[in-house]
Design a binder for this molecule. Structure first.
Ligand code: MN3
Length: 229
């Protein structure tokens, strides 16, 4: 009798304990889940060749972008901002002198994730539909837009980003130094090219204008750009 009682309870424990433990650990895991995730690239690492090499992308995505995401998650540990969205964290830390490292890490994480979506292998090269008309209206023609985009990128001294943004009803090409992002300026980002040297130096060395032209002529995901309108 006692033996059967013990056997039954032992069985209950054997089944019960792992269930309790696994639900406890999954809760702990959920609580400790990193606020930022390094999303996979939307194309294969060698898909942008010959314009952006697999070697460049391996470093740019796998080292630089990944490091910003890791840094942001490290700085968000135990930080009340961790429960907010990445866009909210960017807006709340922008321009605050005591939040510079966190702003840099979250804004760079967001900018890079956005940049990858702006690219695609074998682009048709030219926008179509509404965005094409807006570019013509704002810059005169698509070629003039390209010219101004390259000029803006080349004239950016140091590290940063060149953005196509919607500012009110108007399209504008704007520079962003270091980790700057239009999200903090009430401008809607439509398209961006990273002009930090790590983005092009292995493939183009100091020829930043050739890098910008190569992207504009061969790698722009215009469907994504149009979807941001
Ligand atoms: Mn970069």
């Amino acid at each position: 009798m006692l033996k059967r009682f013990c056997q039954r309870n032992f069985l209950i424990l054997v089944i019960f304990i792992p269930v309790v433990l696994s639900s406890y650990f999954s809760q702990v895991q959920a609580q400790e889940k990193s606020p930022l995730v390094l999303e996979p690239l939307p194309f294969a690492q060698d898909a942008l060749e010959p314009f952006i090499s697999s070697h460049t992308l391996g470093f740019h995505y796998g080292k630089h972008h990944a490091a910003y995401v890791d840094k942001a998650n490290e700085l968000l540990k135990g930080n009340p901002l961790a429960s907010k969205s990445i866009e909210e964290i960017i807006k709340e830390t922008a321009g605050k002198s005591d939040q510079v490292p966190l702003f840099n890490a979250v804004a760079q994480s967001w900018n890079h994730a956005f940049f990858w979506k702006c690219l695609k292998p074998k682009s048709t090269g030219k926008p179509e539909g509404k965005i094409a008309k807006m570019i013509d209206d704002s810059f005169g023609s698509y070629d003039k837009f390209k010219e101004e985009f390259v000029k803006t990128g080349v004239s950016l001294f140091g590290s940063g980003w060149v953005w196509l943004v919607l500012d009110g009803e108007k399209l504008q090409i704007v520079k962003g130094f270091n980790a700057e992002t239009p999200l903090t300026k009430n401008q809607k980002p439509l398209f961006v090219i990273d002009v930090w040297e790590h983005a092009y130096y292995l493939d183009f060395q100091n020829r930043r204008s050739d890098y910008l032209k190569a992207i504009l002529e061969n790698l722009v995901n215009w469907d994504f750009v149009a979807s941001n309108l």
